[in-house]
Design a protein around this ligand. Sequence first.
Ligand code: SAH
Ligand code: DHB
Ligand code: MG
Length: 219
Amino acid sequence: MDDAPNSDTLEEYVTALFAPEDPVLTALREEMRRLEMPEIQVSAEEGRLLQLLVSLSGARRVLEIGTLGGYSAIWIARGLPADGRVVTLEIDERHAAVASDFARRAQLGDIIDVRLGHALDSLRAIENAGEPPFDACFIDADKENYPAYLDFTLRLVRPGGLILGDNVFWSGRILDEDDTTAATTALREFNHRLAHDPRFLSTIVPVRDGLSISQVRHP
Ligand code: SAH
Ligand code: DHB
Ligand code: MG
């Protein structure tokens, strides 16, 4: 078809139909802009997919690594039952404060639990505290540490649970063999492990910058 709509137009169609923002999500994006925070949150379309995936998996407890203003955490929380929990890890005090504020404004203050600190420290603390296992984890913080985060999820997410990874295309840099920067190398290793480690059943959905979806297989 010569005049087929382009993929941007089709993405807008999907977003308008399935992922319209409520006033809280729109206000959150506006507040992030006003505070000059990086606007690198998931798209509404990707947020809707996260919501659907956690709902499909029957998750009650979700771990998120990389909160920013809480935009993805709100989408995820809206896929959980009323007694669900999103434990979300953030290193930047300003980001964490915005996320806590907007979780409350979205009436998700009891569901979204923002924890301040380096995610590797928070993950160690979660493991040492013997917190109940998570049903799902969304990895979206510093790309250099994705392989280390994956190691933690294998210990913290229950067998049969869900592991999601954002930015696994890294704007296509993943395919550029000359790109040996730490972030790109780490993301390549992350994707390779999801593909080849028999403990994962995985694929990548080409939404936005690539979202990896994995199930932790039962032993
Ligand atoms: N998931 C969010 C976007 C996260 S952006 C959304 O879609 O709405 C990545 C976030 O990870 C930033 O807020 C950044 O401050 C945080 N971050 C980066 N390195 C981190 C680390 N080592 N530990 C915890 N958070 C980190
Ligand atoms: C970047 C990080 C993200 O998590 C994202 O979704 C988009 C961009 C970045 O660091 O450039
Ligand atoms: Mg991301």
